[in-house]
Design a protein around this ligand. Structure first.
Ligand SMILES: [Zn+2]
Length: 294
């Protein structure tokens, strides 16, 4: 049976061993306290690589490994990080080669497959739900916004930066681009837009009838519907999962209504949207499964 290592890098690092689409043993995390978020944000790229390597060594505990997969934010080609808006210092990092070299010196000796973090999540959902034969997409609503696709293929996986408005004042996206989905839905972007309210309070006050918040929540849903419609028009209809910190604010009916308004051609209708809770473990499984089958 294939024994692979999956790693997820977001605002933290999580690593586990995967066998038969399940995690076996302990998941190693850095930092280990759940609430010390965004330590990686201020850390030099080389240090991040060393932390990933150490976590892989710990998870592995000396056992034989067939494949290593790392889910990492941003655009990479064959393990070279071309850009990563939420871990900017890693732009230009040869992550795959550096990790393989660090691990090789300790006897792992396996190539490292690097894929987009949202793509790892999509692969994990496909693997844990028996849908490895289907096209699976997942919106990840976190600090930034990810659109993961399984199979990833050569996809860039930056659907979170889909342009959903032509308003030149929409400039809150972490990448600096104008009119992006992440600039409306991303947690960081919402904090920049509502300097007086936390995102949770915006959704709460919308429920209580506050006009400014209610309008924003509608805009938030229309933005997600628009980006989903664009994905459908390019890639076809299918299953879309929605997960991450802010998925709990999604009102399925509102989203469905907007999507119906935006997708009218009959062969493109019939997509299903489902809010799911995912965890680091889902993406770890996806990274490992992708590495084992590539
Ligand atoms: Zn952007």
């Amino acid at each position: 049976m294939t024994k692979s290592i999956g790693a997820l890098v977001t605002e933290h690092v999580a690593v586990g061993i995967v066998e038969d689409n399940k995690i076996v043993g302990t998941v190693w995390r850095f930092p280990d306290a759940e609430n010390s978020s965004d330590v990686l944000g201020g850390m030099p790229a080389e240090e991040i690589v060393q932390i990933i390597a150490r976590a892989i060594e710990k998870a592995r505990e000396g056992s034989e490994i067939d494949a290593i997969g790392v889910g990492f934010p941003g655009i990479n080609r064959n393990g070279f990080i071309e850009d990563s808006p939420n871990l900017k210092q890693t732009k230009g990092l040869h992550l795959g080669d550096s990790l393989a070299a660090l691990l090789g010196a300790k006897g792992t000796g396996k190539p490292v497959r690097v894929l987009n973090d949202a793509a790892a999540l999509a692969a994990g959902l496909a693997a844990t739900r028996g849908q490895l034969d289907k096209l699976v997409r997942v919106w990840y609503l976190g600090v930034g916004i990810g659109l993961g696709r399984y199979p990833q293929g050569d996809a860039v996986s930056e659907g979170g930066h889909t342009v959903v408005t032509l308003d030149p004042k929409e400039t809150f996206c972490g990448c600096g681009g104008v009119g992006h989905l992440e600039g409306i839905m991303g947690h960081r972007s919402m904090r920049l837009r509502f300097l007086d309210l936390e995102p949770e309070e915006v959704f709460e006050q919308a429920r209580e009838g506050d006009e400014r918040c209610r309008e924003f929540v509608e805009f938030w849903h229309r933005a997600l519907a628009a980006a989903t419609a664009s994905s459908i028009h390019i890639d076809g209809p299918g299953k879309f999962f929605i997960s991450g910190l802010n998925a709990r604010h999604v009102q399925a009916n509102m989203l469905d209504t907007y999507l119906h308004d935006m997708v009218k051609m009959s062969p493109l209708q019939g997509s299903a949207l489902e809010v799911v809770s995912t965890s680091d473990e889902t993406a770890i499984i996806g990274a490992a499964v992708s590495a084992a089958t590539s």
